[in-house]
Write a protein that binds this ligand. Sequence first.
Ligand code: TPP
Length: 210
Amino acid sequence: MSATSKKGGAPGSPTSRKAMPLREAIETLRAQRGAGDVVITSMGSAREWMAMGPLDPLDFIHVPSSMGETLSLGLGIALAQPARRVVACCGDGSLLMNLGALVTIASEAPPNLVVVVFDNGVYEVTGAQSAPGARAGADFAVLARASGIASVHRFGDLDAWRSSAASALGAPGPVCIVLDVAPVPGAIGPRSPGKTAERGPAFARALQGG
Ligand SMILES: Cc1ncc(C[n+]2csc(CCOP(=O)(O)OP(=O)(O)O)c2C)c(N)n1
């Protein structure tokens, strides 16, 4: 796998930055997961998260989903359960579908919410079509800051992410971490781990401690 994004963009633009492998980026996140943390994944992050081992009752694999919902879902859970850290993962394409959520998150300012954006520049799970953020040279870290989120981090280098993950994830929220990741060649979409009608109530019970 190439260590460099194949995205286009002008030299120095977000789309031409170094990118880390998705699998290792998520393994690094997973290593920081604490007991009681909620982790919500979707699209490519859900596929990789499920491949890494058995699910925790506080994992919510948001598949199928409407793009960008993990941010709003994570915000709601973070507000309802302030004692838990909530990590809401999304792709760059999904973030664009719900970009306003960044402003809502900033305005509600839950200290226990971390948004992780896996920016691969493509709609990976539907066939790697180029995503508009990459074509436009949009910088999601800048957009997050401009939305009012104070704690924003961006990593394209795996070693830098590994060495900073604990402090970035542990900072008072809301936190937004943008990870530049390389598209996974030939990747397929995640399969739902079960019936949503059953998984939703089970997740709600886990949130209530049961
Ligand atoms: C509102 C909405 N529009 C279109 C889709 C179809 N769709 C599912 S996944 C996807 C691409 C997701 O791209 P991204 O969020 O960047 O995640 P990646 O696949 O790169 O991990 C699309 C277009 C959808 N699920 N929801």
